[in-house]
Design a protein around this ligand. Structure first.
Ligand code: INI
Length: 153
């Protein structure tokens, strides 16, 4: 990091964070959840909840309701969409991403896209606690940093 780049504020001790996690591809999403909860503990997040939904397509509507409730400073959305031979992948991944972003912009509460989109289960394993780190952990850190930044503005 260059001298001019400020360190992110990763102090979670004043933050309440909701996690929404998709059951589809649960072998992967449960690994993302473990990563997210580890990061919440490491950064002393004051309070968190975990809410399961059927698939990545359902993440936005639940994220939006949690964000609107006024009870949370950020919402972390976790899921895994693996490419198949049909257009289904594109619709699920695209709608999940744009719906989560819309929930953020409509409510002003950061809703974080912790959804793995990849071609194979092997790639998903690498990104959920394998060689490529854990996207759930990254998503929780992003939630903490963004919520703290928004508070300071
Ligand atoms: N949901 C996922 O989270 N990942 C997938 O890879 C996936 N695929 O491939 O179909 C998936 N489908 C279910 C979807 O999220 C909805 O639950 C379903 O369409 C009902 O709305």
């Amino acid at each position: 990091m260059s001298r001019d780049t400020p360190e992110p504020n990763l102090d979670g001790s004043a933050l309440r964070i909701a996690v929404v996690v998709a059951r589809f591809n649960e072998d992967i999403t449960s690994r993302l959840l473990v990563g997210a909860l580890k990061a919440a503990e490491r950064h002393a997040v004051k309070e968190h909840t975990v809410n399961w939904v059927p698939g990545a397509f359902e993440l936005p509507v639940v994220a939006q309701k949690l964000a609107k409730s006024g009870r949370f400073d950020a919402v972390v959305c976790l899921g895994c969409v693996v490419r198949h031979e049909t257009d289904h992948y594109r619709y699920i991944a695209g709608e999940s991403a744009s719906g989560i972003q819309r929930a953020s912009l409509d409510t002003g509460v950061p809703c974080i896209f912790g959804v793995i989109t990849c071609d194979t289960k092997e790639q998903a394993l690498e990104r959920s606690g394998g060689e490529q780190g854990n996207k759930g952990e990254d998503a929780m850190r992003t939630a903490i940093e963004t919520a703290n930044l928004l508070r300071s503005l």
